[in-house]
Design a protein around this ligand. Structure first.
Ligand code: 4AD
Ligand code: MG
Length: 443
């Protein structure tokens, strides 16, 4: 009978039928009279067996075709007997095959020496091959599903997606991490955050979000800093800080719930992070001032080995230590005005602190940063001045405070940090396709 072509993930209804699949030789074992192949097509893994007549020909050919060869297989899909296990619970009994492209054998053969113990810089140079591995591809698959889950959550919460520009002439998070570029002879930057554009979109579209690359010329090599990362940002209007925090908790929890209910993502999350549990709600609230107390009471010192004081930027190591001790999501709120960007709204009656929040997760620390925004014209002009920002390129942002200004707030979530938390990865570098960080711009 003619074979039905199928992706591996969609084979289940085709049991006992003759099927045709394409993929790469993930593993191959050649025993006397029988070849076992684990075929990988990106949607899943399929065990295939070649015996009898097919084996006779294949035995010779597969001796000269190495792992990662691209092949076509046809045959009958059989459920595996009780007690035996195979991906998807079935096995392809091959009656016909084609080698589409034979990968090398011998010295040049693709090897699995690209394992966790290899030198990290070798692994990074070979990232184009590493991503074929089971762990790396599982992370990337969950990443794809996470993008979907984020979009579905925002749909449910009535936010509209926009796609702001990457090339900009304004900074959002300080001049020191800007990538500068020559824009037809004018200075411009790669965007650090789409926040200002989201704010400008509110009167046009209501609550909005975007999923856009952000760029930071970070000089520090840490496990959670990239030079280019995927930034999930949202901006909401007509709300106060408390409602804003509730939205943020809802967004995170709904997104995780969707992933845990997703037939593709859920088993991969379980495989990569067996201990993962849905965070308890409500999230713990911790004021910045109380975090400083916590750090001192628990003898968590700053980078110079000193006690923390109000106004200190809590460094990555201290932040992670505290979060790991508390071991649940934290809304760290009310940061000092001095520490934060020009656009953050101050607490009414307390100009020394802002209506701001960082979401901290165990193992990673900060995965979200956000705040309510200054909606008063004079306050914003004072904010530019305080940071030494020339207001002229910001005319369009300032205009929002002239034409129907309204209370609003937003946040940015680093997708790679979210995944590092969800999937218990050591570094954000594992959570994107081809990571960019200090001095690495390849492959
Ligand atoms: O805290 P950040 O700098 O805040 C903003 O950019 C705001 N303008 C966002 C907004 O309110 N719309 O960055 C937000 C998040 C961080 O919490 C972190 O998860 C991630 O972006 N992030 C990075 N991720 C990887 N590498 C880097 N260098 C990152 N810098 C920030
Ligand atoms: Mg931040």
């Amino acid at each position: 009978p003619a074979a039905v072509e199928s992706k591996i993930c969609a084979l289940e209804p085709l049991r006992e039928k003759r099927v045709k699949v394409y993929g790469w030789v993930h593993r191959l074992r050649n025993q006397k009279g029988i070849i076992f192949i684990v075929l990988r097509d990106g949607t899943g893994y399929l065990q295939a067996v070649l015996t009898g007549d097919v084996y006779e020909k294949a035995n010779y050919e597969f001796l000269t075709a190495g792992p990662e060869s691209a092949i076509e297989l046809r045959g009958t899909l059989k459920p595996v007997p009780e007690g035996k296990s195979a991906p998807g619970g079935h096995e392809l009994v091959v009656d016909y095959y084609t080698i589409v492209h034979a990968a090398p054998i011998g010295e040049e053969a693709f090897t699995n020496q690209l394992n966790a113990e290899a030198d990290p810089s070798v692994l990074l140079d070979q990232r184009h091959l590493v991503i074929r591995g089971e762990t790396a591809s599982a992370v990337l698959k969950v990443r794809a599903r996470a993008l979907r889950a984020v979009r579905d959550t925002y749909e449910a919460l009535h936010l509209t997606e926009v796609t702001p520009p990457c090339m900009v002439q304004t900074q959002v998070e300080g001049g020191s991490t800007l990538f500068k570029l020559d824009y037809y002879g004018q200075p411009a930057y790669l965007t650090q955050s789409s926040q200002l554009y989201l704010e400008a979109s509110l009167p046009a579209l209501g609550d909005v979000f975007c999923i856009q690359e952000s760029f930071r010329a970070e000089k520090s090599l840490t496990r959670r800093h990239l030079s280019e990362y995927t930034h999930v940002e949202a901006e909401l209007v007509f709300l106060d800080f408390e409602t804003y925090l509730q939205h943020l908790e809802e967004f995170i929890c709904q997104t995780v719930e969707r992933l845990l209910a997703d037939p593709v993502a859920a088993p991969l999350i379980k495989q990569l992070n067996p201990g993962f549990k849905m965070p308890e709600r409500p999230f713990m609230r911790l004021k910045y001032a109380d975090a400083i107390k916590y750090l001192n009471e628990h003898n968590i010192l700053d980078g110079e080995g000193k006690q923390h004081k109000f106004g200190d930027d809590i460094a990555e190591a201290a932040e992670r230590k505290m979060t790991d001790q508390i071991n649940r999501p934290i809304f760290l709120t009310y940061f000092p005005t001095e520490l934060k960007a020009f656009y953050m709204k101050r607490v009414p009656g307390h100009p020394e602190i802002t209506e701001s929040v960082d979401v901290l997760m165990p193992n990673v620390g900060e995965i979200v940063g956000g705040s309510m925004r200054i909606d008063d014209m004079d306050e914003l002009l004072a904010g530019y001045k305080r940071e030494g920002i020339d207001p002229s390129p910001y005319y369009w942002f300032t205009d929002q405070r002239k034409y129907g200004s309204a209370p609003h707030g937003g946040y940015g979530l680093g997708l790679e940090r979210f995944l590092a938390w969800l999937l218990n990865r050591y570094t954000v570098r594992e959570c994107c396709l081809f990571p960019r960080f200090t001095e690495r711009c390849k492959p």
